[in-house]
Design a protein around this ligand. Structure first.
Ligand code: PXL
Length: 273
């Protein structure tokens, strides 16, 4: 069994980050170790009135030292929501605790719908870009992609040419494969562009008429699990999108802070039987 380390916050309530990654990656048949660089009472998106934030930056080198000492190494790293002070310690762990050929999956979780999440300074995307530079798989949404390359985010209306120029700029940051989510050329469909730097392939699903928190984390977690189970980037993105759609459809109305991804776990583990 492959062993992945996910590095992103624990939001105690809110169905995002580590509390999504651990069950979904496990359901793919991949061992999931966790390293939370911060502990929050809940996520920071609209709906919650505030949040507590306990920064664990100082713990990161201590954890790293114990792993080095005990020869604990990982086949893959998957990073999500992190803050500026976490980036150098994470880059160090990804160097010192990697098995040969370890894969780096980076979800630059910092923005959506044209704006940065609350709490991030305007120059944060340039800091996140340093983590993205070493990514084997970079998984931004359209807003994150634009901010990473210094463009003003556009909410919709990217032509195929504009999208592929944006993808080329993400490769120029250093990312090997780019998986761009939230892509649409037609209001009935929403999908993903998958690029290895040579060709761009697309996967679309019917657009669902609603917006939920945490779907990016569900997408990235399933994508990471599927890559470690040997799927191609396009296959992994298509499975991740199917699970996101199923999770949205399984979410009862009034459940506002996340999606009921738990109900997709049987379907997800079936895909790896
Ligand atoms: O789902 C991304 C995410 C992760 N962690 C925290 C967040 C968010 C999105 O708002 O606030 C703390």
């Amino acid at each position: 069994m492959k062993r992945l380390l996910t590095i992103q916050d624990i939001s105690c309530v809110g169905q995002c980050s580590t509390t999504v990654a651990l069950p979904l990656i496990s359901a793919c048949g991949v061992e999931c170790a966790v390293l939370p660089p911060a502990l929050l009472s809940n996520h920071t998106a609209a709906g919650f009135k505030g949040w507590s934030f306990c920064d664990l930056t100082a713990e990161l080198p201590k954890v790293e030292a114990k792993w080095i000492e005990q020869d604990i190494r990982f086949d893959a790293f998957y990073t999500g929501y992190v803050c500026e002070s976490h980036i150098d310690p994470i880059l160090s762990i990804m160097r010192t605790c990697a098995k040969p050929g370890a894969v780096r999956i980076v979800d630059p979780a910092m923005a959506d719908n044209g704006v940065l999440y609350k709490g991030f300074a305007a120059d944060f995307p340039s800091k996140m870009a340093r983590l993205c530079a070493g990514a084997d798989y970079l998984l931004p949404n359209l807003t994150e992609a634009a901010l990473l390359v210094g463009d003003t985010p556009k909410l919709n209306g990217y032509s195929q040419g504009e999208l592929e120029r944006l993808i080329a700029k993400l490769h120029a940051l250093g990312a090997k494969n780019v998986i761009l989510t939230g892509v649409s050329f037609d209001e009935r469909e929403l999908g993903t562009a998958v690029s290895d730097g040579k060709a761009v392939e697309y996967d679309f699903n019917p657009r669902l008429p609603c917006m939920f928190h945490g779907t990016g984390d569900v997408f990235a977690s399933v994508f990471a699990g599927a890559i470690l189970r040997g799927r191609t980037a396009l296959e992994a993105a298509a499975l991740a999108a199917d699970i996101v759609c199923a999770a949205i459809q399984a979410t009862e109305s009034g459940h506002w802070y996340g999606v009921s991804f738990e109900k997709t776990i049987p379907q997800l583990s079936q895909s790896f039987q």
